[in-house]
Each structure stands twice: as structure tokens, then as C-alpha cells.
Design a protein around this ligand. Sequence first.
Ligand code: ZN
Length: 267
Amino acid sequence: MTAGHATRMPAPRSRRPLASTLAMATLLALAGCAGPLALPPPAATGCDATALGTHRTLVLPREGAAYGRVQHGPLPLGPREVVLTFDDGPRPEATPQVLQALKAECVRATFFLIGEPLLRHPELARRIQAEGHTVAMHSFRHQSLPSLSPPDQRADLQAMQQAHRSVLGGDPPAWRYPYLHESDALRERLREERITVLSTDVGIEDWQPGQSPAVLADRLIARLRERGGGIVLLHDAMDQTAAAMPLLLRRLKDDGWRVVHLQWSPR
Ligand SMILES: [Zn+2]
């Protein structure tokens, strides 16, 4: 993506988590969106005109900010804009199907990878990156971090950073806590390292087994209408999510949602 297609925005000031539980955090859901960013869509990339496409790229600075209205403030998104994020991969049984669906609709997303499978499937992680998606961290072992001692929390972050560097190169710019269980001790370290915390605005419980593509798609559209867009949390490691991706992307297009690709400025 060239600079001409990107928007460089100052991030809102970092906010401390007000609550570690989703129940309390829903109180924060009333925060409104930042002003719209009127930008032309990227130039044609060989995508079919009927594809959902990637409307624009939002480049965030490297700083210890936190976003996602479930626990923090909103990303600076405009009306009907969504950011697609995928957790818990890479998983060879499901992630390639997700990548295929995204490619078919010319959509760029952000993948929050777990360190252990990242080291087991480096070629798949490199494929995610090579296909133009943003890669970020979802911890090394996917434990609930507040249950660990602060040194163990920092060790998990370090192991994850090391895994990312060894497979993908560079310093990963963002972090999502497993189960969205935030920890003040790790948050301090993330701030020091200027790593963005990304929570979410819209989840569709795609981690609960036994849900059809139609059920997931209906829930996605209903929640986006309710929330007015924002960061969508999905799981590329789930078979049912992978199977639902073509329908989810079609429904986003049909309902008029526009995909924003998140990137971070180089260090
Ligand atoms: Zn997870």
C-alpha cells in the first residue's frame, strides 16, 4: 500500500482500562466514533468491481495506545467502516480458507497470532503477511494473563515477540489479550514498548461451536448496525468461521459496510 492511499492519524491519548470485565466494560460502549475520514478508495488492484474490497488503510503511530469500545475508546473510523481482525491462528486446517475468502473479495485484515502455532507453522504465518495482511500478537501460550505473575506475563510477551521476529522479522506493533483479559502489569510494559492494545467493538461468538454461516452472518450484521461499525473480532482458527467467511464478506458488501485495513508506522 503506497503512502498516497494511507491516512496518518494521531491516535487518541492512551487510556487506562477502566474495567477488566466485559460486563462492566459495556458501560463504555456509548463512546462515539471519531470524525469521518473522507478518502477515495484505493486504486484498482485487479479486483472484480463487485468485490467487497478494502476501502482505505488507516496507519496508526507506534505508541502504547488502546482501542476497542468493549474496553477502551474507538478507533478513528468513519460511518459504516469496519476493521476485520482474526485471532488464534495460524491453524493449517482453517486459516488458509480464511485467506482464500479474503483474497477473493480483495479484503485486508489484521491477524493476531499465537506464538506456539506461529513457530509450528511459520510458512503459514509468512503467507498471511505476504498476502498483505497485518500481523500482530495474541500472546505466546494463550493463557489468561492476570492469572500469571507479572514476570511470567512479561516472559510471555517476550517469547511472543521473539517468535514473531524469528519467523516474520521486525517488531510486531499490536497486541490483543487472550480472552480480552487485560492486565495492568503487562499494559505498562506494552506502553513502554509502544505496542498498541487492540480490544474490539463487535464480537459474534464464533468461538462457540455448532453455528452455521447464516447464523454468524445475521449476528454480524445485527451487531454492526447496533454498534455503528468498528473493530470486528473473528477467529481464523475456527472451522466454522472459515466456512462462513464467503457469506460474512458478501453480507458486509450487501449491507454497505466498508473495510479499513489497519497498519502501523515503521519504528
Ligand atoms: Zn484468543
